[in-house]
Design a protein around this ligand. Sequence first.
Ligand SMILES: *[C@@H]1O[C@H](CO)[C@@H](O)[C@H](O)[C@H]1NC(C)=O
Ligand SMILES: *[C@@H]1O[C@H](CO)[C@@H](O)[C@H](O)[C@H]1NC(C)=O
Length: 384
Amino acid sequence: MFLNSALLLLAGSAMADPREFSTIIPTGTFNPAAATAVQTEYPKDHHIAKGRLVDQIWHIVLDNADYDDAVNNPDLQYLASKGILLDNYYAVESNSQANYLAMIGGDTFGLTEERFVSIPSNVSTLVESLETNRVLWAQYTEDQPFTAFTGWEYPTSGNASYSRAKNPFVAFDSVMEKPSRYNNLRALASFEHDIEKHRFPQWKFIRPNLDHDGTNTNLETAASWVRNFIDPYIADRKHYHRKLFIITFARASSNTGPNKVWTCILGDMHEWERNTRDSNYYDHYSIPASTIANYDLPSLGRYDCSANVFHIINVKCHQKNLMNPEITDNYNQGPFAGYLSDDSLSLPVPNLNCEGRGHSGLLRRVKKIWKKASLSYADWQVGY
Ligand SMILES: *[C@@H]1O[C@H](CO)[C@@H](O)[C@H](O)[C@H]1NC(C)=O
Ligand SMILES: *[C@@H]1O[C@H](CO)[C@@H](O)[C@H](O)[C@H]1NC(C)=O
């Protein structure tokens, strides 16, 4: 997050009340089998959108590790030797949940601690951008009790292996109000099946459970899980042709130093690009920015507008990356207060003048909803 985060920091010191949301955990009757059941229903659309660099992008998100530890882990070193290590990549807040919101919403919306929150339906996400160009998408989550479960965590006794804090899609009402969207929140158990049936969405957000992502365990467990998961797909061209796999961590584990996280890109790349580093500045806003750039999607008008596009994608679309963006003094640790942490602040208004990263301007729905609000000067406090 660059630009005006300092302003938000100031707003946060004003002793504001956090916005309140329901904390009801739907009880229902859980069927443990449903958590691991393979879903066999697919969207009717069979369209394949052409990407500028690749047609498929897989984002695999682990959690809670410092860059300096991760870069010395043998399993992650193995993966870095097969791809491009992004060695100047940062999370954008010190709590995990805010980082997940950032990846698909283009903002943390001022979430300064993990809580049950929901974002009103007039806020658009990357999902709507993808749908504009008919890029089929899905999230694959390990151990979610069932599709579109809205509870806080599961199981509710002992250590949870699923947490709403790490599922950004359920936090956005614009996703949860439409069955065609929330039905894409699939179980990781469906993953292999979807590959075999060739009913495979082009853009995938992959979330292991809280044991496998490192939250309840440690970096070693997360690193070994992700190596085993991705290894079959990076072995030969048949599997990685026109695919990019992006592995990242939601946040660093210590919240004093820079919020720097280990991130690596693998997949369809030249032989000479493997085992190299890309030291441009990136952060989690580079996820929507790079997705938008690859598929020429309309932008959200939030931090996706100014975030750097991954170099490997940018050589195909020539967006103006900022080489030395001004990052905040505490290296993206926050707390960056805003709408969710201060009930006196309104939702940040998107920048309707942003050109976006996909040569397609701004999402039409964003323009329509926010045009009037953008005329009020007070709401321009964010400055995307
Ligand atoms: C929960 O996880 C912690 C580590 O985060 C571990 O020490 C503890 O034994 C676990 N408890 C259960 C009931 O699994
Ligand atoms: C967006 O929705 C919220 C919650 O319903 C509302 O308070 C706000 O005024 C809306 N903003 C715009 C621009 O529609």
